[in-house]
Design a protein around this ligand. Structure first.
Ligand SMILES: O=C(O)c1cc(=O)[nH]c(=O)n1[C@@H]1O[C@H](COP(=O)(O)O)[C@@H](O)[C@H]1O
Length: 306
């Protein structure tokens, strides 16, 4: 699914936000953990099953509120192959719920290896079809600081399979300026990267965006505004709202004048909302749903997506 599909889902839900699925076992409510540990032991298998059940419960509660989910690979990799299996099952479950899936993998490597990553994460055909793939995500995040040959193999798969990518341009973390805000040529490194991403995407879809999107953190609103002006054909993923301090006022700059072209991520503030209700976690679905609705309405104060 391309950015056209994502934009349509955003318009249908009237909500330009994505719920991050970054599940540490300690974020999983006790009743789920207890049951899984009783069945599978306090093992990686038990933890992986608990994470899967938590993810499914969150998606059940959120699927008519948010258009997309973003599972972050690190939280699955740390559980070994069982975690990767949960990643695959989570993506399949999300698709069953009509959710667009951004697999947050932040990969970047030489062309031949990038091409294997691209098939694995964006391909879904399995053995016996032309493209050997497994995870079947709609979109992935990439670290393109190795250059265009590390991104192009993904764009080839995107064009063949109607999918898309987000390439890191200006990240949300406190250290992002150490390299990204260093002078380069007539501008700064993140601007050079932004210009490259804008160019790499090629042809635009129905809503005017190429398949090559950009990650631009909510925590740097001035850069966000600058990049929106420099990159009119690029769809933005905006992490850093909520737990990292980014606000609705900050993220408004990511959108085009007609409220298109961006999606704002929140992970911990939705997943862990139950930890703030003062209850035992059996209300985690209601808590996540309320947090997601509050985020939608908060951003809606500044952005009219029509
Ligand atoms: O690519 C990303 O999604 C990403 C880029 C970035 O610059 N900053 C950033 O926080 N992220 C991811 O966005 C999510 C933010 O999580 P919360 O801070 O809990 O909302 C995590 O999965 C991060 O890995």
């Amino acid at each position: 699914m391309s950015f056209d599909t994502l934009q349509e889902k955003i318009i249908a839900r009237k909500n330009p936000t994505v719920a991050g699925l970054d599940p540490k076992p300690e974020y999983v409510p006790a009743h789920i953990l207890k049951d899984c540990y009783a069945r599978y032991g306090e093992t990686l298998e038990g933890a992986a099953e608990a994470v899967y059940r938590f993810n499914c419960g969150l998606m059940d509660a959120l699927c008519d509120v948010v258009p997309a989910v973003k599972p972050q690979a690190a939280y699955y990799e740390r559980l070994g192959w069982r975690g990767m299996e949960v990643m695959e099952r989570t993506i399949a479950y999300a698709h069953g719920k009509g959710l667009f899936v951004i697999a947050d993998i932040k990969r970047g490597d030489i062309g031949s290896t990038a091409s294997a990553y691209a098939d694995g994460w964006l391909g879904g055909a399995g053995v016996g079809k032309e493209r050997l793939g497994s995870f079947n995500a709609d979109c992935v995040t990439l670290n393109g600081y190795m250059g265009s040959d590390s991104v192009n193999p993904f764009l080839d798969v995107c064009r063949a399979e109607d999918k898309c990518v987000f390439v890191l341009v200006k990240t949300s973390n406190p250290g992002s300026g150490e390299l990204q805000n260093v002078a380069a040529g007539d501008g700064l490194v993140y601007q050079v990267m932004g210009d490259l991403v804008e160019k790499l995407g090629g042809a635009v879809g129905r809503y005017g965006f190429t398949p090559c999107g950009a990650v631009t953190g909510a925590t740097y609103p001035a850069e966000l505004k600058d990049l929106r002006a420099r990159m009119p054909r690029t769809f933005f993923l905006v992490p850093g709202y909520g737990a990292q301090g980014g606000t609705a006022e900050d993220v408004q700059h990511a959108f085009t004048r007609d409220g298109r072209g961006a999606i704002v991520n929140a992970s911990r503030s939705i997943m862990c909302a139950w930890q703030k209700t003062g209850r035992d976690g059996t209300d985690y679905q209601e808590a996540a749903r309320s947090a997601a609705i509050a985020m939608r309405d908060d951003i809606g104060r500044f952005v009219n997506i029509g």
